[in-house]
Design a protein around this ligand. Structure first.
Ligand code: C5P
Length: 250
C-alpha cells in the first residue's frame, strides 16, 4: 500500500481521479492516539468509512492519505485491516491507496499529498475523512463537473437556518440574506493545474481548498451537496451518522 507510485503508468490506474485525504491532525485515532477528529463509527475509523465510499466511486483510481508523520505505517496498516472487506469491489480493480506524511497545517498536508500524485492524473479531489458517509454518487458528480470543464467544483447545500451577524457583545448586527448562502462540503474537485497554482500562491491558511482558488480570482462551481456528507465532529453528529448507517443497511 505504501509503495512509491510516482513512476507508475497512469493507464494502469482504475480511474482518472486522485483523491487527497488530509488526516494528519492530532485527533487521529490509532491505538493510544487521541480519539478526537477521527472517531470510531460502527467499529471502524471514520477514515476507513470514507475510504470505502471513495473506492466505491468508479472514477477514483488513487487515494493519497496524509497521516501524522509518526503514524504513517500505522495508518496504512489500519486502512488495510479495516477496508479488507472492500477489496476488489466496485469496478473490479483495486484502487491504489498511498499514505504520506502530512504537514503542520491542513493546507500543508494537502500540498504534500498533492505532490505524491503522479503526472497524468488531472482531476484531483480533496476530501475530509470526517465526512465519512459521503455517497460515492457525490464523488462522481464532483469529478464529472471537473471533467466537463469546471476548474474548481464544490458540493453545496442551501442554509436552512436564518443567519445573523452578531457582535462580540452578543448584539445582533443584521440578518444575512439566506438565499445567497450555501453550506459547503467535500469532496472539492479541481483541475490539477489549478489546485497546484492555488497552493503555490497561497499566502495564508484557508479552511478549504476552494477558498484558495477564489483568492486567485478563478471561478468555483457548485453542485448539489448531500445530507449524508455531513462532517462528523460533534457528539450529535456521531448519533446521526450511526442512524444513517443503520438506515442504509436496513
Ligand atoms: O483541525 P481541523 O478540523 O481544521 O482539521 C481538518 C482536517 O485537516 C482533519 O481531517 C485533519 O486531520 C486535517 N489536518 C491535516 N494536517 C494538519 C492538521 C489537520 O491533515 N496538520
Amino acid at each position: 500500500m505504501n509503495r512509491k507510485i510516482v513512476n507508475r503508468d497512469i493507464a494502469t490506474f482504475r480511474g482518472d481521479v486522485a483523491v487527497l485525504v488530509p488526516a494528519a491532525g492530532s485527533g487521529l485515532r490509532l491505538g493510544g492516539g487521541v480519539p478526537k477528529a477521527l472517531r470510531e463509527l460502527d467499529g471502524r475509523s471514520l477514515l476507513s468509512h470514507a475510504i470505502s465510499r471513495l473506492t466505491a466511486a468508479p472514477s477514483v483510481g488513487l487515494i493519497v492519505v496524509a497521516a501524522p508523520p509518526h503514524l504513517v505505517a500505522e495508518t496504512a496498516q489500519m486502512i488495510t485491516a479495516e477496508t479488507a472487506a472492500d477489496a476488489g469491489t466496485a469496478a473490479g480493480a483495486e484502487v491504489e491507496i498511498v499514505v504520506v506524511a502530512g504537514g503542520a497545517t491542513r493546507q500543508e498536508s494537502v500540498a504534500l499529498a498533492l505532490a505524491a500524485v503522479p503526472e497524468g492524473l488531472d482531476i484531483i479531489l480533496v476530501h475530509d475523512a470526517a465526512r465519512a458517509l459521503t455517497p460515492s454518487g457525490l464523488v462522481e458528480s464532483v469529478a464529472a463537473a471537473v471533467r466537463e470543464g469546471h476548474g474548481a467544483v464544490i458540493p453545496a447545500l442551501a442554509v436552512v437556518d436564518t443567519v445573523k451577524r452578531v457582535s462580540a457583545a452578543d448584539a445582533v448586527l443584521g440578518t444575512v440574506d439566506r438565499s445567497e448562502l450555501r453550506a459547503v462540503q467535500t469532496p472539492q474537485g479541481f483541475r490539477r493545474s489549478i489546485l497546484v497554482k492555488a497552493h503555490a500562491d497561497a499566502v495564508d491558511q484557508h479552511t478549504d481548498d476552494a477558498g484558495m482558488v477564489e483568492r486567485l480570482g478563478l471561478a468555483v462551481h457548485c453542485v448539489p451537496g448531500s445530507e449524508y456528507a455531513l462532517k462528523i465532529t460533534r457528539p450529535i453528529d456521531l448519533i446521526l451518522a450511526e442512524a444513517l448507517l443503520r438506515a442504509e443497511t436496513a
